[in-house]
Design a protein around this ligand. Structure first.
Ligand code: NA7
Length: 893
C-alpha cells in the first residue's frame, strides 16, 4: 500500500512541474502525522514526505529486539483529541515498538492521513525562492514540491551515526544497526554475536540477544545508568490519576518541567537523613520510571554535583548487588558523568544478563577497538571472532536529520550548513534566522529530548499551525526570526545550561558522540512549562523577534530578546507575580517584617557549616544580637562582619542565613551577621553607627570568636551593603578597626533616584522604586540624606579598603552601585565589579533558589579570600563541592 501511495502522488504531478501546496511536512512520525491533521483542519493544502515505507518515523526504523519507549505509554500518547484517547488502550506500561507503530498506523487511518503522504521519498535539497516567497524542495522520488512553508518534522534521533570504526566493510558476517533494523526476522540462534554500544538501544537489546545467541560479547565504551523498567500493566495509581480527570492530568503535563505530571520536589538532599534518602531511592527504583527518578528524589539532584553523587552511589550499589563478577560490576558502574546528564536507560534484566555464561563484557576504556576485521573485532589486547555485529552506536542527534537535507539554501543564498557551522543556532528551536517560513518541530533549542516528546510535539505543532492561521488572517506570507532574537535565545540557552549538570558530560545531548560535531548543550534545559510560557509570550508580544511580511500589508517586526532574565530569576519573579501580593510597603513596618519572616521560612534551608552560634555584642547604644557561622576547617579564621538587607527596616541577623552559610563554606571564613537596629523605631544614623560599633567590637573580640586577630572584613547586601560601605568610611576616619576588604552586594550608595536603573527597573523586579522611597522615608529625613553615613557615594573615598562591588542588571540600585565602584576606583581604591547580567536584587541571597547566582558567589568568595591574604583554595578545599566541569570532562574523555 505505501508503494501505491507513492505511485498515486507521482501521477498527480506527472504533467510536469512541481507539486504546489501551502505546506510541506517532512516526516510522518508522531510530529508529521499531527501536523498533517492540524494543517488539513485549518484549510491548508499540505503534503508529507517520508523516506520510510509507512508512517511511524523513528518507530518505523527502530525495530531491534526489545525496542520500547522509556516514558510511560499513557503519557507518551497524543492528547489533542479526547475521542482518540478513548479509542485506544495501551497494553503495557512501556509499549513495545510494534504496538507503538500500530498506534501510529491507527492514528493515520483514523484521520485518513496517508492520502497526503508520499512514502519512499527523501528531500534532497531545499531552496528559498526570494521572488516567489516559496520553498522549492527537490526529492529523490517523484516531482519536486513548491510550498509557502516548509516544516521539518524529522525527529531528534532519526539519523544513525556512521560506525566510524576502521574495517567495517571488511567484515564478512552479518551487520545490523539498531536504528535501521531489518523488517524480516533476524536469526541469531547459535551465532556468535557482538553488540557495540551500551546506550538505551543496546541496553534494551542485549538481554534479548543474549537469550538467542550462542555467545554475546558486549563492547562498552561508556557505562550508562540503567534502572529496571518494572514493565507490566500501566501502574494503577497513574492510571487512576489520569482517568479521574483526564483534561487536568494532560494540562498539568503541559506545564510541568519534563512533560509528565509529577509535582516539583522541594526537599534538598542535606535536609534528609541517609535513611530517608535511601527510602526515597528504593521507591524510585521500584517505580521504574525515568522522570520519577530524575525529578522526585531531592530538589538538588539535577543541579548540584553533591546532591547528584548521592544517587550515583545508590545506583552503583544496586549494580554491585546484581552483577556477580566484581570486575564486571565495576566496569558497568558509571563514574564519569552525573546521573541524568546522559540519558539514563530503562532496562529489563540488563545487569543480570552479565551473570549468564554466554555473555562477556569488553571494557573499551581498557582495551579500545583497533579495527573490525573480516572475521570479527580486534581490540588492542585481543581478537574476537563473530558471525554477527550489531551496532547500537546511536544517532547524529537533534541536528542530523535536519542537515541530512543538503543543501538547505535560505535568504541571500545562505546555506544552513554555514549558519550552523559552529553549532545549531535557532530561535526557540523552532525557526532559524535566514531561513524564512522554515519550522522545525522539536528542533535543537527546544525541550525536545529532555521532555516527554508527545506533549512537546503537540505544543510545537499547535504553535506553528496557529501562527500560520494568524498570518493568513493578517495577510502575511513570510515569517522569519531576527538575528537579535536568535542571539538572545542562544544566551538564554547557555544561561539555562549553567543551571543543570548536562554540561558536565560528553553525550549526544552536547554533540560529543559525533566526531567533529560542534559541542554545546543542544536541547533546551529550562523545562517544558517555562518553554511553553515563553512561546506564548512571544505571541502576546506581537511575535517578538520575528519579521513578518506580506504583499499587501506593512512589514511587522517587534524586534528583541524574549528572555533577558536568568532562567531561575524569571521563575521566581513569575511565581511572585502569580501570588499577586500587595506592595510590601502597604503592610506597614511590622506587617512587612512578619511577611518577610513567613517568606523566609518557606525558602530552602541553608547548608550545613562547621558551627553556628549566637551572642550579643555592644552596638552604638546598647547590646545587639549576632549570629556566627564558623567553617568546618580548623581555625583561627579571618572574620567577615556581615550586614543583612532589608532597607534599614526589615530583617535581622538570621534573615540572610542561607547566604551567610554559603559564603562561610565558600570562603572558609567566619561570618558574623549583625542584628543592627531598625527604622522607623531607630532612624538614621542608628543603623550606620551600630554597623561601625559592631565591626569595632568584633575586631576587638576576634580571638574569643575563634577568629584570626588582625584586620576584619565587611560585607553586606542592599541596605546592609550601605552599612558595610559606611563602616569602612567611619573606620578610616575614626582610627580603626582595620578593615582588609569590603564586599558590597547591590548596595544603597546614594540618595538620588534619577539614575536610569530607578526608572528601567521601577517595578516588576521585586525591589520596586516605591518600596525604596518608603525605606528612605522611614530611615532618614530629607535633610540627613546627603550625609555620607547614609549616602557613602558623597563621602571621601580615598584610602578605603579594597572593594568588590556586585550590581544586578534588573535592580533599581544597579546604577548607584556602579557609580560607587567607579568613584572608588577614581579615588585610587582597588575595586572589582561584578555586573550580573539577567539578575535581580535578591539573586545572590536566594541561595539554592537562584542557582545561576552560584558563579557570582564563587567570585565574591575569591575576592574575600584575596582581601584576607588567603591562598585561592579550590572550592573542594574550602568545604564545597560544586560542579567542576573540567574534572568530569577530563575523566570522560
Ligand atoms: P546512544 O545513547 O547514543 O548510545 C550509543 C552507544 O554506542 C553508547 O554507549 C556509545 O558510547 C556507543 N558508541 C558510539 N560510537 C561508538 C564507537 N565508535 N565505539 C564504541 N562505542 C560507541 O544511542 P542509543 O541508540 O542507545 O539511544 C539513543 C536514544 O534513543 C536514547 O537515549 C533514547 O532516548 C532513545 P559513548 O557513550 O559514546 O562512549
Amino acid at each position: 500500500m505505501p508503494e501505491q501511495m507513492v505511485a498515486a502522488r507521482a501521477s498527480e504531478t506527472a504533467n510536469g512541474g512541481a507539486q504546489q501546496v501551502d505546506v510541506t511536512v517532512v516526516g510522518a512520525g508522531f510530529a508529521g502525522l499531527y501536523l498533517l491533521h492540524r494543517l488539513r483542519k485549518a484549510g491548508f493544502t499540505a503534503v508529507a514526505l517520508d523516506s520510510a515505507g509507512d508512517v511511524g518515523g523513528t518507530w518505523y526504523w527502530n525495530r531491534y529486539p526489545g525496542a520500547r519507549c522509556d516514558i510511560q505509554t499513557i503519557d507518551y500518547s497524543y492528547t489533542f483529541d479526547p475521542e482518540l484517547e478513548r479509542a485506544w488502550t495501551w497494553s503495557e506500561k512501556y509499549a513495545t515498538q510494534p504496538e507503538i507503530l500500530r498506534y501510529l498506523g491507527f492514528v493515520a487511518d483514523r484521520y485518513d492521513l496517508r492520502r497526503d503522504i508520499r512514502f519512499g521519498t527523501k528531500v534532497t535539497a531545499a531552496t528559498w525562492d526570494e521572488a516567489a516567497d516559496r520553498w522549492l524542495l527537490t526529492t529523490d522520488n517523484g516531482a519536486p514540491v513548491s510550498c509557502r512553508h516548509y516544516i521539518m518534522a524529522t525527529g531528534c534521533l532519526s539519523t544513525p551515526k556512521p560506525p566510524e570504526i576502521d574495517g567495517v566493510k571488511d567484515f564478512k558476517g552479518e551487520i545490523y544497526f539498531t536504528g535501521r533494523w531489518p523488517h524480516e526476522e533476524v536469526k541469531l540462534a547459535g551465532k556468535r554475536v557482538a553488540v557495540i554500544g551500551t546506550g538505551s538501544s543496546g541496553i534494551q537489546a542485549i538481554p534479548l540477544i543474549a537469550e538467542q545467541a550462542a555467545h554475546l560479547t558486549v563492547f562498552q565504551r561508556t557505562a550508562s545508568f540503567a534502572l529496571p523498567a518494572q514493565n507490566g500493566p500501566a501502574p494503577a495509581d497513574r492510571l487512576a490519576l489520569l482517568e479521574q480527570d483526564r483534561a487536568a492530568y494532560r494540562e498539568q503535563a503541559r506545564w510541568s518541567l519534563a512533560g509528565v505530571p509529577w509535582p516539583q520536589q522541594m526537599d534538598v538532599s542535606w535536609q534528609l537523613s541517609d535513611a530517608e534518602r535511601r527510602e526515597r531511592f528504593e521507591k524510585a527504583w521500584a517505580a521504574g520510571d525515568l522522570v520519577y527518578i530524575l525529578t522526585q528524589l531531592w530538589a538538588d539532584q539535577g543541579v548540584d554535583v553533591d546532591g547528584n553523587t548521592l544517587i550515583c552511589e545508590l545506583i552503583r550499589e544496586k549494580v554491585r548487588g546484581i552483577v556477580k563478577d566484581p570486575e564486571t560490576a565495576a566496569a558497568l558502574s558509571p563514574h564519569d558523568h552525573p546521573f541524568g546528564s546522559k540519558r539514563p536507560c530503562l532496562d529489563t534484566n540488563y545487569y543480570a544478563t552479565y551473570n549468564r555464561d554466554n555473555v562477556t563484557l569488553v571494557n573499551l576504556r581498557q582495551e579500545p577497538i583497533k579495527a573490525i576485521t573480516a572475521t570479527g573485532i580486534e581490540t588492542d589486547k585481543r581478537t574476537f571472532e563473530f558471525d554477527v555485529i550489531v551496532f547500537a552506536t546511536g544517532f547524529d542527534a537533534m541536528t542530523g536529520a535536519v542537515t541530512a537535507v543538503h543543501p538547505i539554501t535560505g535568504r541571500g543564498g545562505k546555506s544552513l550548513s554555514d549558519i550552523w557551522a559552529n553549532g545549531p543556532q535557532t530561535y526557540l528551536g523552532l525557526t532559524i534566522a535566514g531561513l524564512p517560513n522554515l519550522f522545525m518541530i522539536t528542533g535543537p533549542g527546544s525541550p525536545s529530548v529532555l521532555s516527554n516528546m508527545a506533549p512537546s510535539i503537540e505544543q510545537h505543532v499547535d504553535w506553528v499551525v496557529d501562527r500560520l492561521i494568524a498570518m493568513r488572517e493578517q495577510g502575511f506570507t513570510t515569517v522569519e526570526a531576527t538575528d537579535t532574537a536568535q542571539a538572545g535565545w542562544a544566551r538564554h540557552m547557555a544561561d539555562c545550561a549553567t543551571v543543570t549538570l548536562h554540561r558536565l558530560a560528553n553525550t549526544w545531548y552536547t554533540g560529543a558522540n559525533v566526531p567533529g560535531k560542534p559541542q554545546g548543550v543542544m536541547p533546551y534545559t529550562g523545562g517544558v512549562g517555562p518553554y511553553r510560557s515563553i512561546c506564548n509570550e512571544i505571541v502576546s508580544q506581537d511575535m517578538l523577534g520575528f519579521r513578518l511580511t506580506g504583499p499587501d500589508v506593512a512589514e511587522q517586526c517587534n524586534d528583541g530578546e524574549i528572555v533577558r532574565l536568568q532562567p531561575d530569576v524569571r521563575l521566581v519573579l513569575n511565581m511572585l507575580a502569580d501570588m499577586k501580593l500587595p506592595p510590601l510597603e502597604s503592610f506597614g513596618a511590622q506587617g512587612a517584617r512578619d511577611f518577610l519572616n513567613e517568606f523566609n521560612a518557606a525558602r530552602p534551608a541553608g547548608r550545613p557549616v562547621g558551627e553556628v552560634g549566637s551572642g550579643t555584642l555592644l552596638g552604638a547604644d546598647g547590646p545587639l544580637p549576632y549570629r556566627l557561622y564558623r567553617p568546618a576547617t580548623p581555625g583561627p579564621h579571618p572574620i567577615v562582619v556581615y550586614f543583612h538587607g532589608g532597607g534599614w527596616v526589615l530583617g535581622d541577623e538570621l534573615s540572610d542565613d542561607p547566604f551567610c552559610r554559603d559564603m562561610c563554606r565558600r570562603t572558609g571564613m567566619i561570618f558574623a551577621s549583625v542584628g543592627y537596629r531598625h527604622a522607623p523605631e531607630h532612624r538614621f544614623p542608628a543603623a550606620a553607627e551600630d554597623g561601625y560599633a559592631a565591626a569595632r567590637w568584633i575586631a576587638e573580640h576576634a580571638a574569643e570568636l575563634g577568629g584570626k586577630p588582625g584586620p576584619v572584613l565587611v560585607a553586606g547586601w542592599s541596605a546592609g551593603g550601605n552599612i558595610a560601605a559606611v563602616t569602612c568610611q567611619l573606620a578610616r576616619e575614626r582610627g580603626g578597626p582595620e578593615i582588609a576588604g569590603q564586599l558590597l552586594v547591590c548596595p544603597v550608595t546614594d540618595c538620588t533616584f534619577d539614575r536610569p536603573s530607578y526608572t528601567d527597573n521601577a517595578t516588576g523586579y521585586f525591589l520596586t522604586r516605591s518600596l525604596m522611597y518608603w525605606f528612605w522615608d522611614l530611615y532618614s529625613s530629607p535633610a540627613d540624606r546627603t550625609d555620607p553615613r547614609v549616602s557613602p557615594l558623597r563621602g571621601k573615598l580615598a584610602g578605603l579598603p579594597p572593594a568588590f562591588v556586585v550590581t544586578c542588571e534588573f535592580d533599581p540600585l544597579r546604577d548607584e552601585g556602579v557609580a560607587y565602584a567607579e568613584a572608588l576606583a577614581s579615588a585610587g581604591v582597588p575595586v572589582e565589579q561584578l555586573q550580573a547580567r539577567g539578575h535581580f536584587h535578591a539573586s545572590f541571597t536566594m541561595v539554592d533558589v537562584v542557582i545561576t547566582g552560584v558563579s557570582g558567589r564563587v567570585k565574591m568568595a575569591h575576592a574575600l579570600r584575596r582581601f584576607a591574604g588567603l591562598a585561592q583554595e579550590t572550592e573542594g578545599e574550602a568545604g564545597i563541592r560544586t560542579a567542576a566541569p573540567q574534572e568530569i570532562n577530563a575523566a570522560a574523555s
